[in-house]
Design a protein around this ligand. Sequence first.
Ligand code: ATR
Length: 289
Amino acid sequence: MTAHLTGRSRIVGVMGDPVAHSLSPVMQNAALQKAAIDAVYVPFHVTAADLEAAIDAIRRLDLVGVNLTIPHKETALAFVDLVEDAAQLGGSINTIVNRNGRLTGYNTDGPGLLRALQQEFGWEAKGQRVLLLGAGGACRAAVVALGRAGADWIGIANRTGERAAQLAAALEPLLPQTTFAPFRLDAGLAQRLPGKVDLLINTTSVGLQQESFDLPVEQTVRPDGAVYDMVYGRQPTELVQMARRLGLQATDGLSMLAAQGELAFRLWFEQAPPAGLMKRMLMKVRSDR
Ligand code: ATR
């Protein structure tokens, strides 16, 4: 990589704590190189205490911008100059763009999810019924994107039922075309649903260690429906495997990781990244691990 750097090289990167696990440098640098852009994407290990100063350094060092990962997506909002609408609704940003010292925050996770659903399943949100598992930041960003894209009904099921109720109550008035329903995520959930859903999305970390949900997928998702798991790892998650055994379309979070990265690349460099390259790089890294 160094061989390609020049006096004019620009810097873009990812701020997180931890950050060493991030797959973004691999896919973003591959795209930069292929697109012949004189820039490099680097990991920045930034603690919560240093976040404000690190974001200010984007201006002072004239970085192109950054991605933000755990635990900065929510707190970073306070340290940028402008926040794009959907990111404001979602309460988190994963991308900062530096335009002449003025920093704008975006969230490409939600739009990245929609893009991944389109690419993987040919799925469009309009008029659909979706059940999300979880109620954290990842869930919130997904709900905002699905609601803005016209989903008809959104169920939010969380282990701590109270968090699901709070999230539904906070978003319902902001997304008036969508009906919201909060649930406690337990073995009886399928019985309490008002009918099967078109799409089930896992936004929790369950599955990272090959754990599974106590959730009867066949009683939850329509036979022609789909399952999207934001978790990804070396093997398909238990949830994805279970869904596939039932003949449902199902895939894991690698496609969303690639899609959110492609959208961030577009924001920074105002051009499309090489088609499909980020996803191919991620699949290669996964198989090498
Ligand atoms: P993120 O911002 O990535 O969404 P988060 O805010 O920490 O992260 O939320 C994690 C989500 O995963 C929560 O919905 C959490 O459920 P609780 O609100 O009940 O804690 C969910 N989660 C984590 N571990 C879980 C488990 N073992 N079973 C079910 N849900 C789990």
